[in-house]
Design a protein around this ligand. Structure first.
Ligand SMILES: Cc1cc2nc3c(=O)[nH]c(=O)nc-3n(C[C@H](O)[C@H](O)[C@H](O)COP(=O)(O)OP(=O)(O)OC[C@H]3O[C@@H](n4cnc5c(N)ncnc54)[C@H](O)[C@@H]3O)c2cc1C
Length: 579
């Protein structure tokens, strides 16, 4: 029986185990939710369909009109994830992600406006709010009377979120909030802010801990700056938000005092399927645009869709879109089924989806050729819009480090046990052998499956996969076995210094990303033949990448590359002009 509190498919992979029950059967949405979702999809298309000209104009102007935001409110789009008892639609993660997908098919800025509100702006209230807080704010958040924003980033604090300088000091029945937040989505019109501040009175190991607060726009001392002039998602609102001696009532503390960092991370994890859904919507739109464009455009006496290199791009876009939709749907399914430890899987879906969308935007623009470069066509805007996804809600670099380190955590814990067991073995070999941990035996079994594999081998094979995927399954099992060796080896080699071995961590993260994506199939046992082909193409490519990454764990140019970088840092220039 799987323990939904602790089970993580990806963490188990590093231990050489395939926890099949976590990912199969592929999660299904409940019928009632599906029906409501269909209505939402229809109304999204009714509201946003045929407005391409507006979206282009708002992008050029760098703002969407207030009247349009009122329309979004009247269509109920700010209440997607708010429970029905508080006036929302009560969507779970999968339905929410699918709704955002539909919005993103039309426009990235609109998807971000809705997504920043639901995914992160008021997610903390849903996850950690008290009943009184929920009663007070959720009904107005559902109608859009209050639009929400998430305020973590500051001028001196981006990826290093724990280094924020905004402070909240307890004074009687309120907290005095002071500080400046940067690049806050929806900042221009939000009335409800989830704000993270350092609370100097709450210390751990001599360090002030963070606390999350609900801050409303009407509190004296709250102000916002002008709209930022951005590269993409230009019509969405991004501003600074300032807090000057804001008296935040004690009842507005969100979650536990001193637990703000964890609160922020939980919010970001829970919100990732929204961003993932947006990426899928973007890719589906690009496939529709690029296939039409390629069929219409004639060169060398033929439609360019007949050329192999154009087909290759479209084929890859289809595979990437399928893999992203599958992985985002699976993570959403984990959330909806009550799994609690899905942070690594959610991070994988973010990294994979945002990079797949970026690649697809670039390829779609390339297929459109010079037209792709012109503002008259949508490609350059989609490319600009999609670029931000790799930066916000955790940069993909930080998330890769997080994926590898968190996924290997169980191995690290076991290694400590193994070392202790080994000491016991050496002290008293006969008695000691009995205490050699399961982990040590499993690693031995993975290395010599013929001798010891029977006892542990059952954890290393897929049992429910479609027979047509047999070979793919074998490759997956082989890669999992190798991943377990590599995790073990890398951790033994670097010990606690692993945290600084970013080249190695990136390789392990990339292997995990490929494996997790490769473990999926969207539609249960009865696969359409085309879907099996997509899976096979993905799996073959993933296998090539995984083998490359495994090889380079031991044989690589990391030190050379670092030296080249250090040299460039010293010169602050390129140093190898030919003439
Ligand atoms: C349009 C837009 C909207 C945004 N919306 C919001 C919002 O609503 N709320 C909010 O709080 N924030 C928001 N942000 C901020 C966003 O989350 C941050 O930009 C992001 O977290 C990265 O921080 P940074 O820009 O300071 O980059 P930095 O942290 O300075 O990173 C710069 C580069 O260094 C890399 N790097 C940093 N540390 C490491 C490391 N340890 N190892 C390896 N590489 C590293 C990063 O990956 C990145 O490539 C928004 C930003 C933008 C541009």
């Amino acid at each position: 029986m799987i323990d939904k509190k602790t089970a993580s498919f990806v963490q188990a992979l590093c231990m050489g185990q395939i926890e099949e029950e976590v990912v199969l059967p592929y999660p299904e949405m409940k019928q009632a939710e599906k029906e409501t979702l269909e209505q939402v999809i229809a109304s999204v298309n009714q509201l946003l369909g045929g407005r391409a000209k507006d979206f282009r104009e708002w992008d050029a102007r760098g703002e969407m009109p207030a009247a349009f935001i009122e329309e979004l409110k009247s269509f109920g789009l700010f209440g997607l994830v708010i429970p029905e008892e508080h006036g929302g639609l009560g969507f779970g993660s999968a339905a929410y992600s699918r709704a955002l997908q539909e919005i993103a098919k039309h426009d990235g800025s609109v998807a971000l406006t809705v997504g920043a509100h639901s995914s992160i702006g008021m997610r903390g209230l849903l996850l950690f709010g008290s009943d009184a807080q929920k009663k007070r704010y959720l009904p107005r958040l559902a109608t859009g009377e209050l639009i929400a924003a998430f305020c973590l980033t500051e001028p001196g604090s981006g990826s290093d979120a724990a280094s924020i300088r905004t402070t909240a000091v307890k004074q009687g029945d309120h907290w005095l909030l002071n500080g400046d937040k940067l690049w806050i989505t929806n900042g221009g019109f939000a009335e409800f802010f989830t704000v993270f501040a350092k609370t100097p009175d709450i210390q751990k190991n001599g360090k002030a801990q963070l606390t999350a607060f609900i801050v409303t726009r009407d509190l004296p001392g709250v102000s916002v700056g002008p709209h930022e002039d951005k590269m993409g998602i230009r019509a969405s609102s991004t501003t600074t938000v300032h807090f000057e001696d804001v008296k935040v009532p004690d009842e507005n503390v969100l979650g536990e005092v001193g637990m703000g960092f964890k609160t922020a991370m939980r919010i970001l994890n829970a919100g990732r399927t929204g961003l993932g859904g947006g990426c899928v919507g973007g890719m589906k739109r690009l496939i529709a645009l690029a296939t039409k464009q390629a069929k219409e455009r004639k060169q060398f006496g033929k439609s360019i869709s007949e050329f192999g290199l154009v087909k290759q791009k479209i084929g890859e876009m289809v595979v990437d879109c399928y893999a992203t939709e599958a992985v985002v749907g699976l993570v959403a399914g984990l959330v909806d089924q009550g799994y609690q430890d899905y942070a690594v899987e959610a991070a994988i879906s973010k990294v994979f989806g945002t990079e797949a969308l970026w690649h697809s935007s670039d390829e779609a623009l390339q297929i459109a050729g010079g037209n792709g470069y012109m503002r008259e066509f949508p490609y350059e805007r989609v490319l600009r819009d999609s670029r931000i996804n790799r930066i916000f809600e955790g940069t993909n670099e930080i998330l890769r480090l997080f994926i590898a380190l968190t996924a290997m955590n169980d191995v690290a814990v076991q290694l400590k046990d193994v070392q202790q067991s080994l000491r016991a073995v050496l002290a008293d070999p006969i008695k000691g052998f009995g205490v050699l941990s399961d982990y040590a035996l499993r690693v031995a079994a993975i290395r010599a499956p013929q001798q010891l594999g029977e006892r542990f081998g059952e954890k290393l094979t897929w049992k429910q996969l479609h027979p047509a995927l047999q070979q793919t399954a074998e490759h997956f099992e082989e890669a999992t076995r190798e991943l377990a060796w590599v995790s073990d080896r890398v951790l033994r080699r670097h010990g606690r210094h692993i945290i600084d071995k970013q080249f190695a961590l990136k390789r392990i993260a990339d292997i995990l990303i490929d494996l997790f994506d490769g473990s999926l199939k969207k539609k249960g046992e009865e696969q359409a033949a085309r879907e099996l082909e997509i899976l096979r193409v993905f799996a073959r490519r993933a296998r090539g990448r995984i083998r490359g990454n495994l090889r380079r764990v031991d044989v690589n140019d990391d030190e050379l590359v670092k030296r080249l970088a250090d040299d460039a840092f010293e010169r602050e220039a390129y140093g190898w002009d030919l003439i």
